[in-house]
Design a protein around this ligand. Structure first.
Ligand code: ADP
Ligand code: MG
Length: 616
């Protein structure tokens, strides 16, 4: 038969890559601003027209590019920032993929002017849909100016996906805020449709925040400083009484890069516990500095997500630093030994009428009669439990004594290549020799060598397939909450949850009343601890918001991915023997054990022959 595989032409590959990098004008703004920062500029000007749909221009006074570099910068994987894979672990630049300019040039009209300090003249290049239409020598100041016009001119479907100018402008401004907040040592100017929106001079961090969010912000800020071996924190949190109805003033920067983390957000919320009125969100502007070797920023193409080696420790340090600051600045109640704290009225009851306590006696109570229902917290609202395979729903890893026997029943549905790994060994039905390495990998021996499994990715795969099954088969088991939980969201966030409500219910969520800005939850999937509910939903919302709207978008899939990500065991978590075995066995019972839900490999095999070679 004739060969049918072809290499995609570059411009097609670039357009595909552009789908990942450029979702909307704000993505272009981010990439161009980051390039200007990487070029060592101290003044950066951003000019946009029609929310960036017509024009986005960034002018910097950085180091500029030589003629050859100017041309090369538009090639895919052309970067001056890393040379080999090891460099990824000591990144101190924003970019490193070498994809942004190539992607942008594939889907817009781009004009570049650039000059290095010591050159007399510079270079001007124009590119339209990946094709160079002109290259000339020009007189231009030191630095680089890139203008991007008519975004998505050649992909009408994407252009139609763009929202109204108001919405797109909001995204551009958000992106601008993030970059400007991370770099108070650079001066930024922002012009929108010909008028100056921001003029931010070089300043200290507090002043930068005030210049962006207005003079009134100054009195709201409480400094947070902490310096430990693994994490340095500096920045500000907002005083609780100024907490906002939306989450718009919440910023984490890790090594000067804006990131989103529902988990770290939760650390802050828990530091504010008891201080916030319901439905309000504290502001924070926090810079975290960690050893670049301990993070993986490669996880998301637009790089707002980050993977920490040891999230638990960061959580604890962050929480205590914020708590300490709130306490020090007399914001949180401090311990006072002179005073009888039992006389204090809790904040939430302040001003409410007192009530005489009533005593309720159950006259039918007979202490000698055995309780019929085993527990009040867990039993009440089980949906019809599925008859078979229900154990697989209990994936919270609290392995019970009888779990070992249930392993015997696992059938390997996976393809023959995977099952072959286990053939002919005494462990053909279930793995029983495992070893955990660096609280990150599970090592297990197989006939031909050994398996090295990434514990977190493997668990994500397991949970993901379980959730998908729950959602499609609609058998999620629910656990009723003792007290319904009321969570507050903005109306956009609630819309997202409502779109997913039916699927969420299939996983075991039970919703009761929802108002315009709050949601009441009566039940959750069995494996979801109550303390994690808000983290999971926040993560879900942010995942949906970050999703590129394309044909492959499936809300069900995203929900399963997001929940799996939130609930999976993390790197850094130590696992008991039976937990390790449980993961290995469940992984290989998955339909696609080789990759995590986000398509990253879950395990590698090291053959005895490979090892033998090393011992020659
Ligand atoms: P990356 O930033 O990941 O390296 P880009 O496609 O964004 O990839 O940019 C490609 C290269 O072009 C950069 O590595 C850099 O050398 C050069 N470049 C881009 N923008 C600028 C700029 N404003 N000033 C100087 N050099 C730039
Ligand atoms: Mg870049």
């Amino acid at each position: 038969m004739a060969d049918i595989i072809q290499l995609l032409p570059d411009h097609v590959a670039n357009q595909i890559a552009a789908g990942e990098v450029v979702q909307r004008p704000a993505s272009v703004v981010k990439e161009l601003l980051e390039n200007a920062i990487d070029a060592g500029s101290d003044t950066i000007k951003l000019i946009i027209k029609d929310a960036g749909k017509t024009l986005i221009q960034v002018i910097d006074n950085g180091k500029g590019m030589s003629v050859t570099d100017a041309r090369l910068s538009f090639e895919r994987h052309a970067t001056s920032k890393i040379r080999n894979a090891e460099d990824l672990f000591q990144l101190n630049t924003k970019g490193f993929r070498g994809e942004a300019l190539a992607s942008i040039a594939a889907i817009a009209h781009v004009a570049l002017k650039t000059k290095q300090a010591l050159d007399d003249v510079g270079t001007s290049i124009e590119i339209e849909g990946s094709e160079v239409v002109s290259q000339e020598v020009v007189v231009t100041p030191k630095g680089t100016s890139i203008s991007v016009k008519n975004l998505f001119f050649n992909i009408p479907a994407r252009r139609n996906f763009l929202k109204s100018d108001t919405v797109e402008l909001r995204h551009v401004i958000d992106e601008f805020h993030r970059v400007a907040l991370a770099h108070p040592n650079i001066s930024f100017l922002f012009y929108n449709n010909g008028s100056e929106n921001f003029n931010l001079p070089v300043s200290n961090y507090r002043q930068r925040i005030v210049n962006i969010f207005g003079n009134k912000t100054n009195e709201k800020l409480v400094p947070v400083e902490e310096d430990t071996e693994v994490l340095k924190i500096s920045g500000f949190v907002g005083k609780p009484e100024f907490a906002k109805k939306t989450r718009s003033e919440q910023y984490f920067f890790v090594n000067n890069r804006f990131i989103k983390s529902a988990y770290l957000n939760h650390a802050i919320l828990s530091a504010f516990e008891g201080l916030l009125k319901t439905g309000t969100h504290p502001s924070y502007f926090l810079n975290l500095t960690v050893d670049p070797q301990t993070i993986d920023i490669n996880i998301h193409p637009t790089k707002t997500e980050i993977k920490f080696d040891d999230e638990h420790t960061l959580y604890a340090i962050l929480r205590s630093a914020v708590k300490h600051s709130l306490g020090q600045f007399n914001i949180a109640p401090v311990l006072d030994f002179e005073r009888d704290a039992t006389l204090d009225t809790p904040y939430s009851l302040k001003g409410s009428k007192t009530e005489t306590p009533k005593i309720e006696v159950d006259s039918n109570f007979n202490p000698f009669q055995e309780a019929k229902t085993p527990s009040t917290t867990q039993s009440a609202s089980y949906k019809k439990p599925p008859t078979e395979n229900w154990e697989s729903l209990y994936v919270g890893l609290e392995s019970k004594s009888n779990e070992a026997s249930s392993f015997k029943e696992i059938t390997f549905e996976s393809d023959s290549k995977i099952s072959a790994l286990f053939e002919d060994t005494e462990t053909s039905e279930a793995v029983n020799t495992t070893y955990q390495f660096h609280n990150k990998y599970i090592i297990s021996s197989i006939k031909s060598g050994m398996l090295v499994i990434d514990q977190s990715r493997a668990h994500q795969r397991i949970l993901y397939e379980d959730f998908l099954k729950d959602i499609t088969v609609k058998v999620g088991v629910s656990q009723q909450l003792l007290f319904p939980l009321e969570l507050h969201f903005t109306s956009q966030e609630l819309d997202i949850i409502k779109q997913l409500q039916e699927d969420l219910e299939h996983t075991g969520f039970v919703f009761s009343n929802s108002t315009e800005e709050s949601l009441e939850i009566k039940g959750v999937p069995v494996m979801v601890p109550e303390s994690e509910i808000s983290i999971i939903l926040e993560q879900l919302i942010s995942d949906v918001q970050n999703e590129v709207p394309d044909a492959n978008f499936s809300a069900t899939d995203l929900l399963a991915k997001s929940m799996a990500k939130s609930l999976a065991i993390k790197t850094g978590q130590s696992l008991k023997k039976d937990e390790q075995e449980h993961i290995v066995n469940k992984l290989f019972a998955c339909k696609e054990p080789n990759v995590s839900p986000t398509n990253r490999i879950t395990f590698i095999t090291v053959g005895v022959d490979e090892l033998d070679k090393k011992f020659i």
